[in-house]
Design a protein around this ligand. Structure first.
Ligand code: ADP
Ligand code: MG
Length: 377
């Protein structure tokens, strides 16, 4: 009887995933900046149908307009609160035991760091996420207890750096797989955070460490991936069950292609590594969508680190960040095409209405069955 019920639920769970898809793409366009305005740049983005998730790009000649469709489109007028409001349900699913990955993709200067980190007076997704996690975990404190810890890593030239490490750089950090199948980096600092003040300190430490050893912080950060990992241990106080899940928040390296003539030596190596990791990310997502038997996670440190949070029943949210300026139209189109490739796959043309409470129940049952299987092994 139990197994019949499980099979039924598993089928339902798969159907729900299929219908909903677990990849979302939000497009965000920054405002035209002062320099662009004084240089007489014009806006090539048309937001007439932004409410429906559509945007148009005016390419050469005013008649040629390319349109794109995403799950959300934010105009330069939309603020951090609007953006987080849409991302928050995805974020919260880490408290329900899902692995989640949120990343910002785009050309340098399009607002990746603005979206993820934000500025002190107007914080971004990272801070708001932790704030929200603390709020919701408090609300649920009668039934669940949560332990939250964070790590901050940087991946530069295919090398992992621990931005929370104090003292001299430890030996080369490598990705390992635990006996339970989790991917982790032994030796990396996992700072336990109990409240938002702790978080603020940790995020500051991380950002300060990013600057160390580079003479131009902005340039360096545009060529490395900054990865915040939030690890959640959940204990169900009713039945004593424990689960582990994690949420990655990633500010990717700039996606722009450097002009061949400009790139030599160290810069060439950086450019190749960025290229390689961003294409690896695209390849992983499209092989997941194609349900390939082999998913090439190991092609870059970035995808290898994110492995638990890309695919399976994990959830992915991509922010594709763009510039409104006519001068950037080539890069804008290339980012939008990348994002279309990411999104195109798992989302069907019609979204079915789904019952999320049913999904929760199913997920809980599946987890139970899994842990029973494990304990039998
Ligand atoms: P990236 O990280 O992609 O290189 P940044 O986040 O550093 O880009 O953004 C470049 C500049 O544009 C920053 O000064 C940032 O504050 C500003 N900016 C980006 N997005 C927005 C936005 N939506 N609204 C206002 N200013 C923005
Ligand atoms: Mg940045």
């Amino acid at each position: 009887k139990y197994y019949e019920e499980m099979t039924k639920r598993k089928k339902l769970f798969n159907e729900v995933q299929e219908a909903k898809g677990n990849i979302r793409v939000f497009c965000r366009c920054r405002p035209l900046n002062k320099v662009e305005m004084s240089a007489g740049c014009t806006t090539v983005v048309d937001f007439d149908a932004a409410k429906d998730g559509c945007l148009g790009i005016l390419t050469t000649g005013s008649s040629a307009k390319k349109t794109f469709r995403f799950d959300r489109v934010y105009t330069p007028k939309d603020d951090q609160v609007d953006v987080f409001a849409d991302a928050s349900s995805m974020v919260i699913s880490v408290l329900d035991g899902y692995n989640v990955c949120i990343f910002a993709y785009g050309q340098t200067g399009t607002g990746k760091t603005f979206t993820m980190e934000g500025i002190e007076q107007n914080r971004g997704v990272n801070y708001r996420t932790l704030e929200h996690l603390f709020r919701v975990s408090k609300e649920r404190s009668e039934t669940f207890s949560y332990d939250i810890a964070v790590s901050v890593l940087e991946v530069y030239n295919e090398q992992i750096r621990d931005l929370l490490a104090t003292g001299p750089a430890s030996k080369r950090l490598e990705i390992k797989q635990s006996s339970e199948g989790y991917h982790h980096v032994p030796g990396v600092v996992e700072a336990k955070v109990d409240n938002i003040c702790d978080v603020w300190n940790v995020l500051q430490t991380g950002s300060n460490a990013r600057a160390v050893g580079s003479n131009n912080v902005n340039e360096h950060s545009s060529r490395s991936h900054c990865m915040l990992c939030i690890m959640v241990k959940t204990k169900n106080l009713m039945n004593g069950e424990c689960t582990k899940s994690k949420l990655w928040l990633v500010d990717l390296a700039g996606s722009e292609r450097l002009a061949k003539t400009d790139v030599q030596g160290e810069r060439l190596k950086e450019a190749q590594n960025i290229n390689r990791s961003l294409s690896a990310l695209g390849d992983v997502i499209s092989s997941l969508a194609a349900k390939s038997s082999h998913i090439p996670y190991r092609n870059s440190k970035l995808t290898h680190l994110l492995q638990d949070s890309l695919g399976g029943d994990s959830k992915t949210l991509m922010f594709v960040q763009i510039s409104p300026s006519d001068q950037d139209v080539g890069e804008t189109l290339s980012s939008l095409n990348f994002a279309t490739r990411v999104r195109g796959v798992e989302l069907g043309p019609v979204k079915k209405q789904i019952d999320t409470s049913e999904l929760q129940k199913t997920k809980a049952l599946l987890d139970k069955a899994r842990s029973e299987c494990r304990s039998k092994d």
